[in-house]
Ligand binder design. Structure first.
Ligand code: SAH
Length: 191
């Protein structure tokens, strides 16, 4: 995980204006009132996901594309990341950043990621980078058996949840308090 964080050129994913803060461990604005997560948060989530080479990963909230790049670094060229973003302008920026940084196995789509991406499901792992009112049912459905999803839940008081699917059983663990922008969509918040 540390190796992946060292490898991904974060300055490429940070808007020009904030570039000198690219390696400071804090969230930064990326436009549309959204933020690129702090480096430590990306590290924590990536570790909780227990990624392995060759995995197929769904990300909800592409933002700058940075988090997806760190995941792509770990799963390698045999793996793939499908990342959904609701703002077309951010999706375009993420694609451009990922292209500049040389990641060819991250596919950024525009849409409501709270519904997942049924056409590419099921996924080994799901990484949600915006906070949901509750764990969206479509995301649980699109997780493979033995799959893991990491998702912040809550509006003001938020907790990072680690969701494991074991057959019919869904095991949810709390990692602790976090702070993310809201997940806005059909299975998210309404504004
Ligand atoms: N992973 C990003 C962090 C982006 S912040 C990075 O590394 O930069 C969370 C993102 O989730 C925002 O860009 C926001 O627009 C997006 N988002 C919020 N609700 C969404 C939804 N329902 N579907 C897709 N994206 C959503």
């Amino acid at each position: 995980m540390i190796e992946a964080l060292k490898k991904v050129p974060r300055h490429i994913f940070v808007p020009e204006k904030y570039r000198k803060y690219a390696y400071v461990d804090q969230p930064l604005p990326i436009g549309e009132n959204q933020t690129i997560s702090a480096i430590h948060m990306v590290g924590i989530m990536v570790e909780l996901l227990e990624l392995e080479e060759g995995m197929k990963v769904l990300e909800v909230g592409a933002g700058s594309g940075y988090h997806a790049a760190v995941i792509a670094e770990i799963i390698g060229e045999r793996g793939a990341v499908y990342s959904v973003e609701r703002y077309p302008r951010l999706a375009e920026m993420a694609r451009e950043n990922l292209r500049k940084a040389g990641y060819k196995n991250v596919f950024v789509m525009v849409g409501d990621g709270s519904k997942g991406l049924p056409e590419y499901a099921p996924f080994d792992r799901i990484n949600v980078t915006a906070s949901a009112p509750e764990i969206p049912k479509p995301l649980i459905d699109q997780l493979k058996d033995n799959g893991i999803m990491v998702i912040p839940v809550g509006r003001i008081f938020q907790e990072l949840k680690v969701v494991r699917k074991r057959g019919e059983e869904i095991v949810v663990e709390n990692w602790g308090g976090v702070s993310f922008v809201p997940l806005v969509g059909e299975y998210g918040f309404k504004d």
